[in-house]
Structures are given as C-alpha cells and as structure tokens.
Ligand binder design. Structure first.
Ligand code: SF4
Length: 378
C-alpha cells in the first residue's frame, strides 16, 4: 500500500504566460495574454486525450510561465477541466507558482477554494537592487508582503524560490536574503544558481565564476541547515520531511508524470515525450485533432540505469551500493560523497558536482547488453 502510494503519478500543467520576460529565464513563455482562452481550450482537449492512461494523480503542479497571471474565471475553467477527466487521490498536493506582484487576497482565496494547498512564491531576492538586476517587476517590500498575504490567507505550505551567484550580487547581500528567508519560516526553500550555459548570451545578466558560485551555494546550504532545514535535493530544502515537494520528488524518483501545455514533458514506464515549445502550434495541433507531441524517446535499460544514477545522486537519499558497480576512490577522497548504511550520498560540495560524479560512476558501468542488476536508487 505504502509502495503504491509512492508510485502514484503527478500532473503538471505548463501555464505559458508572463507579464514580461526576465533576462535570465530559459523557460518557454509568451507575454501575449490574449492567447489565454485558446490555451485553456487546448489544455482541455489535451487532457481528454490522456483520460484513462494514467491511474490516480496525487500531485498537481501549475508551473510556468506565471500561473498567477490567470484570472479566477480562467483558473476555475482549468481546474474543472482536469477534474472532469482525471482522478485525484484524497490529500493530493496541489501547488501553484505565483509571482509576488500578482498576488491579492482575492486571488489567494480563489486558490484555496479551488483546492491548492501549496504555494510557490517566485521571490528570488529581498533586495531592490538585485530584483532590478534580475529584471523583476516588483521590489523587496512587495516580496515580503506577498509572503505575509499567502500565510494570512491560510497557506500552511509555502515555498520560496531564490536565485544567487549573478554578477552584481555580493555574498553579504545573499546572507541577508537568507536571513530574511529563515526568519519568515517558509516550509520549503529552493535556491538556484544562475545557470551559466543558459544565460551567457543574455544582455544585462551573467553568472559569477565557479568558485564564487560554490561560495554562494555553500553559504545557503550552511545557513539553511543551521536553521533546521533538511537539504534533500541539490537545490531544495524542507523544514520537515513531510514538506518536501511531493511533486518534484516524482521527477527524481523516476515516478510517472503527465505534463500538459506547450513545452511540457511527460514520463511513463521508461518512455518520455514532450510538447512543442510553441503556443500557437500547440493550440493549432489540438484544435485540428492532432497530437502536439514534438519528441519522444524510449529509454533503453542502459539509459535508465544512467538516469537513475544521476537522479538518485541529486537527492540526500543517494544510491544503494548494492546496485553500483563500485565507487571510484576519487569521489570519496575528494570529499564529494560519503558512504553510510550501504548508500552513497553526496556531500554539499558533491551536490554541486553531481553531474561530474555521475559521469565517474557511469564509466564503471558494464557495457550495454551485459545483464546485471539495475543501478539502485531505491
Ligand atoms: S516570470 Fe518566471 S517564467 Fe516568466 S520570464 Fe520571469 S522567470 Fe521566466
């Protein structure tokens, strides 16, 4: 029973709208809000195509883009549409991502009424100057107010998204953002490094060098751990085990999930597929009764093994040694991982180098076709 609960699927809906584009962002979205009605209709059609293909969902995640650009009537239509074709387990985790400047008491009330019990605030920083550098449309006071409003409206599970290690940000100010964060006592915190490969060519914002990134990352890990947060995944911290993101754990634990909307990704029984990152094309395909899927891959057992290693290493649970073909000495002597109770777990520094460590473990895997135990992350 416990196991079947763990394997329940997750539903993700990509809300591909933003009021303006932030210079560092690599997610697909458009600022043309006139397309909302067409997108709503397309999601309704797409959901119906998957009716009966996934059993029970125990998480719903509205991400983006910016789901908080949706008005109450749009959100009602969306939620009614998915409730009409999918079955949700009782006590399911329902998360909505919001931007601080969109929030009003009325919107928060709507979220609660529709069944959302977790809210993810895309705060990024508590500094006006940093928020300007990031191209955000609000100041620190709006960020603080949004948290208070969310709490007062009854949300008992709040995530704060923070971003760090970009040029123009100093460690002193990052410490202050972390201090304010822990004082607010959100149930969950996600800290993201500005990604080098994705932002190098964007004007106005660029990441700090590698050693500085490490300092910012380790500062966050230490500050949050000292304040009682559990560092349970590379970028994610929870105040208690029960407040880990149930939805995101599905991605790291290899559990099935369905993604609806342009650029949404899905995974079921070793098969992965994704929709076109193109809203007009997504709507057109569905209106004409066609599949909006832009790509599909069937993972071989070798690829699944590699993926399990990579994803397993990203979490504090780590990997079972029983499923590994050995651990290269440099991982342990370099302080990147420790072994405890038969599992290989990355250290804080190791989390930063999860890809590198995965590569070292992959090199130890036998060649494809050589039957052996799957690499364990269970
Ligand atoms: S609001 Fe969020 S999704 Fe939209 S551009 Fe900014 S960071 Fe990206």
């Amino acid at each position: 029973m416990k196991n079947s609960r763990r394997r329940r699927s997750g539903l993700y809906i990509q809300v591909p709208f933003c009021r303006s584009r932030c210079p560092y962002c690599h997610f697909y979205s458009t600022t043309d809000l006139d397309l909302i009605p067409a997108w709503l209709e397309a999601v309704r059609i797409e959901a119906a195509r998957y009716q009966g293909r996934f059993s029970v969902f125990d998480t719903l995640y509205l991400g983006g883009g910016t789901p908080s650009v949706l008005e109450a009537a749009d959100l009602h239509r969306l939620v009614e549409g998915v409730r009409a074709v999918f079955f949700f387990a009782s006590g399911a985790e329902w998360t909505i991502e919001v931007n601080p400047d969109d929030l009003t008491p009325g919107k928060l009330k709507t979220y609660r009424r529709l069944g959302f019990n977790r809210i993810s605030l895309g705060l990024q920083s508590f500094h006006d100057r940093e928020l300007r550098l990031l191209g955000r449309r609000y100041g620190a006071e709006t960020a603080r107010r949004s948290f208070r409003m969310a709490r007062e409206s009854g949300f008992e599970n709040i995530n704060l998204d923070l971003i760090c290690a970009f040029r123009g940000q100093c460690l002193k100010d990052w410490r202050l953002t972390l201090k304010e964060t822990v004082e607010l006592q959100p149930e969950h915190v996600s800290t993201y490094l500005l990604e080098t490969d994705l932002s190098w060519n964007r004007p106005g914002i660029s990441p700090l060098g590698e050693s500085e990134q490490e300092s910012f990352y380790l500062e966050a890990a230490e500050r949050l751990a000292n304040s009682g947060y559990l560092h349970y995944e590379v970028s994610n911290f929870a105040r208690k085990r029960g407040w880990r993101s149930r939805h995101n754990l599905k991605y790291w634990n290899g559990v099935d999930y369905l993604g609806l909307g342009p650029d949404a990704h899905s995974f079921q029984s070793g098969r992965r597929w994704w929709n076109a990152a193109d809203l007009p094309a997504y709507c057109r395909h569905l209106r004409l009764g066609r599949d909006p899927v832009a790509g599909l891959e069937e993972l071989t057992s070798e690829e699944r093994r590699r993926e399990n290693i990579y994803l397993g290493l990203r979490t504090s649970r780590g990997l079972s040694l029983a499923g590994l073909p050995g651990v290269p000495e440099e991982i342990l002597s370099g302080g990147l991982a420790t072994i405890a109770r038969g599992r290989l777990c990355l250290t804080e520094r190791g989390f930063l180098l999860a890809e590198f460590v995965s590569g070292l473990l992959w090199d130890r895997l036998p060649l494809a076709g050589n039957p052996r135990q799957p690499a364990g992350f269970q």
